[in-house]
Write a protein that binds this ligand. Structure first.
Ligand code: SF4
Ligand code: SF4
Length: 449
């Protein structure tokens, strides 16, 4: 079986982002395979743990993939402060005699170094065109956690367990390895429990993660893309900003946006040469009564280029406004109106100030109100198996997986329980524990017998 068949069979999808199926991502004319070890979000430690402790598997798998896709070279992109991780990878590259094919590129500790397009620019000097993908400049990017899943897939081991960081207001910040479908409550218990009564959770990191109110926590289960769970006090910056509605933000922008353009000057996509100018979007939306009437405006269409990194609102804006929130709303409205961004349109020159305007990761954490949780070491991995899991049928980009089990059927860990629909973009799903399975809405529940 060739690599892509094995990845498809094992249900491998990108572990850190939206869950793009990896067998599709590694298709096309790829010259340069880039392994994302930047761990973009300031507080997460998952990829760092994996790079330190599974360096041998990562390096050997990177070379196997490079050969299979006929890429000229492979580069691990990390922050220069990741000394242990860099040393572990270098040792394995040297031991395996791969120094002429596998390289390490180090970067300053800035946010968003792990953004796919930013990483491609840092490692290769090439700029992905507006609305483009790394393949447009001959690259494929996969993160360290996904590479470990690829390593398993090459041994015909399906993707059933997930590494994730649990940190913030918990007693023992840690990295977990748990079956897909484990409840967030179980993950919080494994991290020693929550230290305060009134809290929110963030699925992912503080800059781009999804906010979950405490009352909704019982509906949350680990998926293939859960990179971390961050617990934060309910009265902090992130909790308060999340509760501001788009309507309220537009009202505030109407009266408070001073058109300083700092949001544009600090925007990583704008600095790269993409025609995204959030200050213009804020001006036009704040002055318009009907957003739908604006959708054909070229400045508004540029919202489609926003990667939602949050620099504009968490770091740049002196008036505490939220251009990202407005862009996110516009992206949805543009998508519903069938408006797409033509790839490559409006590509400009990179800003000469790009280097100077990189935001140090720790400063991003300060502005997001999470610096208290910034410095910590992960010393051990906690592995656990819960008594039940809920495996969502859509944990990836593409079509929902189709259940293959009957209610009450006994399944064993690794068994295929839902398949990618024929001919569609999607991913297979496997039982993450042994037990009795049943379909519950858009998830499969497995209870240990
Ligand atoms: S969130 Fe803001 S800073 Fe980030 S890409 Fe979008 S507009 Fe630019
Ligand atoms: S940084 Fe804030 S105040 Fe300045 S233009 Fe952007 S949204 Fe307006």
């Amino acid at each position: 079986m060739i690599l892509k068949d094995k990845l498809f069979a094992a249900g491998v999808v990108g572990c850190g982002g939206a869950g793009f199926p990896t067998h599709v991502k590694l298709s096309g004319e790829i010259e340069h395979l880039i392994i994302n070890g930047a761990e973009c979000e300031p507080l997460l430690r998952t990829d760092r743990y994996i790079m330190t402790n599974f360096a041998s598997e990562l390096v050997r798998t990177a070379e196997a993939v490079r050969q299979e896709i006929s890429a000229d070279k492979c580069t691990f992109g990390l922050k220069s402060g990741y000394k242990k991780e860099i040393a572990a990878l270098k040792e394995q590259i040297s031991e395996n005699g791969l120094a002429d094919r596998i390289f390490i590129h180090t970067m300053d500790s800035f946010y968003p170094a792990g953004d796919e397009q930013t990483l491609v620019r840092e490692v290769t000097g090439k700029t992905v065109p507006p609305a483009g993908i790394p393949l447009d400049v001959g690259c494929a990017v996969t993160n360290a956690a996904t590479l470990l899943c690829i390593s398993d897939a090459l041994k015909d081991i399906p993707f059933t367990d997930k590494f994730l960081t649990v940190t913030g207001e918990v007693n023992h910040p840690t990295v977990l390895k748990v079956p897909i479908g484990t409840s967030f409550y179980d993950c919080l218990s494994l991290a020693g429990g929550v230290k305060c009564d009134d809290y929110i959770c963030v699925s992912g990191g503080p800059m781009m993660g999804r906010i979950i109110e405490k009352a909704d926590l019982d509906k949350e289960f680990v998926t293939k893309t859960t990179s971390g769970i961050l617990v934060l006090r309910n009265d902090g910056y992130i909790a308060n900003h999340n509760r501001i509605s788009v309507k309220h933000m537009l009202n505030r922008a109407h009266s408070a946006c001073i058109q300083c353009s700092y949001c544009t000057q600090m925007c990583p996509r704008h600095l790269m040469g993409h025609p995204l100018e959030p200050h213009k979007i804020m001006r036009k939306t704040a002055l318009c009564a009907d957003i739908n009437g604006l959708l054909s405006d070229p400045d508004i269409k540029n919202a489609l280029l926003c990667c939602e990194c949050g620099i504009c609102e968490t770091y740049a804006c002196p008036m505490d406004l939220q251009p990202r929130k407005i862009n996110s709303m516009l992206k949805k409205a543009l998508g519903e109106a069938g408006i797409r961004y033509p790839k490559g349109e409006g590509m400009g020159d990179e800003s000469p100030s790009r280097e100077l305007r990189k935001v140090p990761s720790k400063k991003a954490a300060v502005r997001a109100g999470v610096v208290d949780y910034y410095d910590y070491e992960i010393t051990e991995l906690i592995c656990a198996e819960p008594s039940e899991v809920y495996e969502n049928l859509r944990q990836h980009i593409g079509a929902q997986s189709e259940p293959l089990i009957r209610d009450g059927e006994r399944v064993t860990k690794g068994q295929l329980i839902a398949k990618c629909p024929d001919g569609k973009l999607g991913a297979n799903l496997h039982a993450s524990i042994d037990g009795v399975a049943s379909v519950h809405g858009c998830a499969i529940r497995i209870v240990k017998a």
